[in-house]
Each structure stands twice: as C-alpha cells, then as structure tokens.
Design a protein around this ligand. Sequence first.
Ligand SMILES: [Zn+2]
Length: 108
Amino acid sequence: MPKIQIKKNDQVFVLTGKDRGKTGKVLKIFTHTNRAIVEGLNFINKHTRPNPQKQVKGGILPKESPIHVSNLMVVCKRCNKHARVGYSHMPDGRKVRICKNCNELLDE
Ligand SMILES: [Zn+2]
C-alpha cells in the first residue's frame, strides 16, 4: 500500500473532479480509505431530516466530502506549485518531506 504523502493542514491542489485546479487546506485524513477532507472543496449536499427535539431543521446542508489522496498534491509554499514529494533525513534522524521542484522542506 502506498504511503500517504499528505498531512493535516497541508495546502493541497486538486488534480481531478469538479474542483480540479483548486487548492485548499487539509482538515482531516482518513488513512484507512486514503481519503482527505479539504476545506471548502468537494461539497456534497447532505440531506438532513428535521428533528424538532434536537432543534435540527431539515433540508439540504452542504458538506465537504472526502477526496481520494491520489487526486491531491501538496502545494509547496516556496515555489507555490503543486509538488512531487520527496523524502529527506534530518541530522537528528527525522524523516521529512521535501518539494521535488525546489527542495524546500514541506514539514516544520
Ligand atoms: Zn517547492
């Protein structure tokens, strides 16, 4: 199974689908399904039933739905492009992600 290269709070670029070409921030990753929720993107209309006891009004509620990570690429802050991700080892042994365009670190 390929390792997920995207992390929470990354800026990501959408490669396919109706939000193709847009960028957004990753809010949540579902590692078991390889999907990510991206802020403001891939809205679906979720139909909710009214529940007066919980003061929930029925209707259609737009909600972000998860996008498969293979359709997302991390956006590099330095070169401002969606980047192929490489890996590098820090002197302290940590493995960090780097942008393959400009070699900028993608992790703090
Ligand atoms: Zn870069």
